[in-house]
Design a protein around this ligand. Structure first.
Ligand code: B12
Ligand code: SF4
Length: 626
């Protein structure tokens, strides 16, 4: 007889877990049967793959170059337990060399030289590799293959990507022995203690391995406490004072505070209150937010300032404003201490949490840039993606920000969300216009548009699969291209490059020419990306009257034209417009001249300028139009 109540499905039971634990403990003993585990080398792979590495970007220092915060925390945990560890930041090492060499940088040769040297000198018993993003997978794999081929050392990987796609990673990469799941501040040193017979097998948690073809995972959580996450990272000899010279940290500091500003990163909390369906933070960090003590964060800021000369910090938090009144106290304390640093929230905050008081204290404590996860201006999509936001909430946040013009504000938008409204199979033109409408109304200083990016174990990825937008394969080559166009400015560059090869004289304005219920395909979305970028970031610049905002926009457009997307007539044209408004006549003429030249040289740009009716603005006498 059918039960009246639906019983929950219980996945696994205690006996199961016990079984898995003894299997993994046996495997670990086997893996280390011929060696101790006293010396542990932690590696941060290059954040861009060799296939797409672009010397032009590296030589102007425009690749991200973040200190490996996670590895410095893990290293501290290991050293506190009496082990010897070190960090090899291959991302920094490669960018540093490429920045120095400038042209004809040999990625592969340098890559091997850096890795081999470290292995020879440090002689690790265990190598740990971190991998935050799916697109770093192939570089993580290259390192694992090399280490195994060269020294046969056991390898463990961890981080946002492998933790959530552990089985896939292990099956596709035989050279990787173990995956550390979730936050590993405690579970990793516990595992090393177990290997060295300092702890029993009951200490093994958050660990996965393939054993005789079967995927065995200890998924019971060992989440670090608020006190535990407050430790000061062990940076070893990493040149934290040099990172923002050879690459970029955050999106604001270099052009807002000047070329020579030294930037660093800091983390005050773990987790996020929300559970957006495209994001993997809830799966990874668990429910809720854990905060460090104000004292531990401020001490860390002072040490970064005094020991490394760091004067600007980027928060790595997922939900920086989660703490409400606590956050006010925190920013208030930072302001009172007069720390002499500025900061930004490049990673994005939840707009609904912004209050007048928080915005004021943020500015007083050094905030110069704040990004917001807006994603969509369509109320149905906001609901579908479980975004903790309403259109009214977004508008209120933008009103608050009007009183803080010195803070550069940026919105993240998603294009091509797999909406299922009325049986739709993707985002319609009408929904895209809703986003353009909201963005214009909010009037933030800039917007970054990302094509919907399927991340492992997210509901949005499942949805995309259901409506046939992606195959069930979130790694390797397929993700490479998916990730590329998720990358804002680098995506723009790729787009330009590809489209320049294929001038496309039939380019038309899909947003204007197609009906509102039309659902564009992935290829059409790339052209819409371009059009949307124009409508929300450029079209209204001639209407701007606030001199502070014009000043910031001038700096930002100059950064785009010089470093991010050279030979870009659109950027130069609007830089000319801004400079007209600021009375900088000669500079404006120069930018307008460059815009005309770049346009003439490119059929790609000529067709787009014609389609958007921009040719008039290019005219040397166009000032009268503004
Ligand atoms: C800060 C951050 C950024 C920063 C900088 C990150 C950096 N390089 O330092 C910025 C703003 C640049 C950024 C950008 C992007 N990000 Co981001 N980011 C984060 C965020 C919020 C926090 C990462 C962090 O520092 N956490 C704190 C440290 C201490 O935790 P951790 O790194 O996870 O390390 C712990 C464990 O993972 C484990 N561990 C890690 N490594 C290892 C290694 C070993 C050997 C072991 C044993 C354990 C272990 O132990 C550590 C301590 O507990 C995460 C979300 C999250 N909660 O993870 C997203 C996240 C990593 N980002 C994500 C994405 C998608 C992006 C972008 C691609 C977004 C976009 N479309 O542009 C870009 C890519 C940028 C690039 N490479 O150019 C996704 C990645 C998902 C995926 N599978 O790819 C995440 C998970 C968020 C999400 N949306 O789900 N990001
Ligand atoms: S608010 Fe941001 S970090 Fe939190 S779940 Fe949504 S996208 Fe992820």
């Amino acid at each position: 007889m059918k039960s009246m109540v639906e019983l929950p499905v219980i996945q696994g039971n205690y006996a199961d877990l016990d079984n898995k634990r003894s299997t993994l403990s046996y495997e670990l003993r086997e893996l280390f049967s011929e060696r101790n585990c006293e010396r542990i080398l932690l590696i941060n792979p290059p954040q861009t793959t060799r296939e797409v590495f672009d010397n032009e970007i590296a030589k102007v220092g425009n690749y991200p170059c973040y200190p490996p915060y996670n590895l410095a925390l893990l290293s501290k945990g290991l050293e506190d337990r009496g082990y010897t560890s070190d960090i090899l930041d291959m991302n920094y090492e490669l960018l540093e060399r490429a920045f120095k060499v400038k042209d004809n940088f040999a990625f592969n040769e340098n890559w091997e030289d850096i890795l081999k040297n470290k292995l020879d000198n440090f002689k690790p018993d265990l190598v740990g590799i971190t991998c935050m993003y799916t697109m770093v997978y192939s570089e993580m794999k290259n390192i694992a293959d090399f280490v195994k081929g060269y020294k046969k050392i056991p390898i463990i990987v961890g981080g946002g990507y492998p933790a959530l796609a552990a089985e896939e990673v292990l099956r596709k990469t035989e050279t990787i022995d173990l995956v550390s799941l979730y936050e590993s501040d405690d579970s990793f040193p516990d595992m090393v203690d177990f290997i060295n017979q300092k702890a029993g097998e009951n200490k093994l948690t958050q660990l996965a391995k393939i054993v005789n073809g079967e995927y065995i995972a200890l998924e019971d959580r060992n989440t670090p406490s608020e006190e535990r996450i407050g430790v000061y990272p062990q940076w070893h000899g990493l040149k934290l004072d040099d990172y923002s010279r050879v690459g970029k940290i955050g999106v604001y500091a270099r052009w807002m505070r000047g070329e020579d500003i030294r930037c660093g990163t800091i983390l005050s909390s773990r987790g996020c209150r929300a559970h957006c369906d495209f994001c993997s933070v809830r799966e990874f960090n668990g429910k809720g937010v854990r905060h460090r003590s104000i004292e531990s964060v401020i001490n860390e800021i002072e040490t970064l300032r005094d020991n490394y000369g760091i004067r600007h910090l980027v928060w790595l938090d997922d939900d920086l404003l989660a703490n409400g009144k606590g956050q006010e106290k925190f920013f208030g304390e930072m302001a009172n201490r007069n720390l002499g640093i500025t900061w930004d929230a490049s990673n994005g905050v939840i707009a609904a949490s912004l209050t007048d008081r928080l915005a004021q204290l943020a500015e007083e404590s050094g905030c110069i840039g704040m990004s917001f996860g807006i994603e969509s201006g369509d109320p149905y999509i906001l609901k579908e993606m479980r975004k903790p936001a309403t259109l009214q909430g977004f508008e209120k946040a933008s009103e608050i920000l009007q009183d803080h013009p010195n803070i550069f504000t940026k919105g993240f938008l998603i294009l091509g969300y797999p909406s299922k409204l009325n049986g739709q199979k993707g985002e319609s033109i009408g929904q895209i216009w809703n986003t353009i409408g909201l963005a214009k109304k909010m009037h933030l200083d800039w917007y970054s548009i990302h094509l919907a990016l399927p991340l492992p174990q997210t509901d949005m990825a499942k949805k995309m699969e259901e409506i046939g937008q992606i195959q069930n394969d979130l790694t390797e080559e397929s993700s490479q291209s998916k990730f590329m166009y998720g990358f804002g400015n680098i995506a723009a560059r790729e787009y330009e490059k590809k489209r320049k090869l294929n001038p496309d004289p039939n380019f038309y304005n899909i947003l204007l020419d197609k009906p509102m219920d039309y659902v564009p395909n992935r290829a059409e979305l790339k052209d819409i990306w371009f059009l949307m970028d124009y409508y929300i970031n450029y079209e209204d610049i001639p209407k701007e009257t606030n001199l502070i905002k014009l000043g910031l926009k001038e700096k930002w457009l100059a950064e785009i034209c010089s470093r991010r997307s050279s030979e870009n007539p659109l950027g130069n044209l609007y830089l000319a417009v801004v400079r007209d408004k600021l009375g900088k006549v000669e500079e404006s003429e120069e930018n307008r001249y460059l815009a005309r030249e770049f346009m003439k040289q490119s059929e790609f740009w000529s067709t787009r300028f014609r389609s958007l009716g921009l040719e008039e603005l290019l005219n040397p006498n166009a000032k009268s139009l503004i």
